[in-house]
Design a binder for this molecule. Structure first.
Ligand SMILES: C[S@@+](CC[C@H](N)C(=O)[O-])C[C@H]1O[C@@H](n2cnc3c(N)ncnc32)[C@H](O)[C@@H]1O
Length: 253
């Protein structure tokens, strides 16, 4: 991975408090990701546990894997029953065939995909399922969400291009896709924190970051959707892909 992307991939712990404003995941999306009868699930790149919490609501046992100490500490504080290990998608440190499902929320784009696919196939039981999810805001034309996203990603080379079918390789079936639309209400303070929790903003020089966050804040004084309000609806789509782990090809003799 290029150094500036590596810097972004490891930036989230610096914004762990702002991360609380990030969206969770709908229960239907978490359930869609799990194979029938799933019991043991590994949530990789679990962060502060937003997806982990939805998986727990589905009634499965979850282990979290997260490399960032601050993110993992927040998860351990908020979800004290969940074992959380320091590890990456490329090297989880978990035993072979220990999971019925592995989930990845908002993070596949930070991985070395071929190495992660090989490692997650190793951790999954035969017939187990790998699921990759992203939440994206829905920026209908003319809405404050469009204005917010335009400001947020004005100079971001990555923006939302990474939200697409993950390349899982030969150890997985072709992924199935499903989308789950939902809405939540956000306050002015939460919108600022949402922006502040993005890797692109976390890795900006501090003066530029504050100037951008102030511009986003100012939408509450200028955008017709927001003027005079304390909160506003924010529409999301949770985009999910799920694939079945295939048997390893026979070793060449
Ligand atoms: C945007 S956060 C997503 C957190 C959580 N899954 C969620 O949906 O809220 C991305 C997370 O990926 C982690 N991460 C970055 N590179 C990783 C890697 N190679 N393996 C595992 N986790 C990684 C970061 O530390 C961060 O916690």
């Amino acid at each position: 991975m290029e150094p500036h992307l590596q810097h972004r991939a490891s930036s989230f712990g610096g914004g762990v408090d702002a991360y609380a404003a990030r969206p969770g995941y709908p229960d239907e999306a978490a359930r869609w990701c799990l194979p029938p009868g799933a019991r043991d699930v590994v949530d990789v790149a679990a962060g502060t546990g937003k997806l982990t919490a939805a998986l727990l609501r589905a009634g499965v046992r979850v282990r979290a894997v997260e490399p960032d100490d601050a993110m993992r500490a927040a998860l351990e504080r908020d979800l004290p029953g969940v074992p959380a290990v320091r590890g990456t998608a490329e090297a989880t440190g978990l035993p072979d065939a220990c999971a019925d499902a592995v989930t990845v929320g908002q993070a596949w784009h930070w991985f070395d995909a071929p190495r992660a696919a090989a490692e997650l196939a190793r951790v999954l039981r035969p017939g187990g399922r790998l699921a990759v999810l992203w939440n994206t805001e829905e920026p209908e034309a003319g809405t404050w969400v469009e204005a917010y996203r335009d400001l947020l990603h004005r100079d971001d080379p990555m923006a939302y291009d990474h939200v697409r079918e993950p390349a899982l390789g030969a150890r997985f079936s072709p992924p199935e896709h499903a989308t789950f639309p939902w809405v939540r209400s956000v306050t002015r303070a939460e919108v600022r924190l949402l922006a502040a929790s993005r890797s692109y903003v976390l890795t900006m020089p501090p003066e530029r970051r504050e100037a951008l966050l102030d511009e986003i804040d100012a939408l509450w004084g200028t955008h017709p959707d927001l003027v005079g309000r304390d909160d506003a609806p924010l529409r999301y789509t949770t985009r999910c892909w799920r694939a079945v782990r295939l048997p390893a090809p026979p070793a060449a003799r």
